[in-house]
Design a protein around this ligand. Structure first.
Ligand code: GDP
Ligand code: FE
Ligand code: FE
Length: 194
């Protein structure tokens, strides 16, 4: 039964396929992102169904072994610089490729929202912003600042993107983690004063 226009699977079937790919804890996170993304879509006038599908699939590949990502990066002609990164960066950018091939999701806006969900980007559609922010503020998240991020998200979505980009970068710098160039582009576009 084809229950929507963006995926060959209905929501229940999609949920089941996603659930099989991850721990109970991560699946609970995914459902929290879905609930939040749908609420943001309703608030800001995006298609709730697209938000639902993008949210349900955004971390689909997160528990795949490193070797599988490396193989797909080579086989599908991704930028080979990706081989210098890790799961944190791969599971969105490369993960969208798993979602497309294994779940049959061909909607380019959904795939792009999955690709950008970890780092953001200089250019982001409404759906990209919704998934990026929903991932950060879903009800299961607890870190200093999350409550403020939640409040901002329902006042002004661009401000929420900026808040998240800035605080993610601060956190990564504090941990002396490598910064993926796209995260810097996000900062320069959405945070830095012109
Ligand atoms: P999750 O998949 O729901 O846990 O959330 P995300 O996909 O947003 O983030 C996954 C991880 O990637 C988090 O630990 C982020 O802090 C981390 N991350 C985000 N941007 C960067 C970056 O530029 N460099 C590195 N090294 N990690 C990043
Ligand atoms: Fe993620
Ligand atoms: Fe996530």
């Amino acid at each position: 039964m084809k229950a929507n226009n963006y995926s060959a699977l209905d929501r229940e079937a999609l949920m089941q396929k996603v659930q099989m790919q991850m721990s109970t804890k991560r699946f609970k996170h995914v459902l929290g992102v879905e609930e939040t993304a749908v609420a943001l879509a309703e608030k800001y006038g995006a298609a709730p169904e697209k938000a639902s599908i993008a949210a349900l699939t955004h971390d689909y590949a997160k528990e795949r072994p490193k070797e599988e990502f490396q193989m797909v990066i080579r086989r599908e002609n991704f930028d080979l610089d990706l081989l210098n990164w890790n799961n944190a960066i791969w599971h969105g950018i490369v993960g969208a490729n798993f979602v497309q091939r294994e779940l049959g999701i061909e909607d380019e806006e959904i795939l792009q929202a999955i690709r950008l969900h970890t780092t953001g980007a200089a250019e982001m559609t409404l759906l990209d912003k919704i998934i990026y922010v929903a991932d950060y503020i879903e009800p299961g998240r607890s870190f200093p600042g999350v409550q403020e991020a939640r409040e901002i998200a329902f006042l002004n979505l661009d401000d929420a993107v900026a808040y998240e980009a800035k605080h993610t970068l601060l956190h990564l710098l504090e941990q002396e983690q490598p910064i993926y160039p796209k995260s810097i582009e996000t900062y320069n576009r959405w945070v830095a004063k012109k």
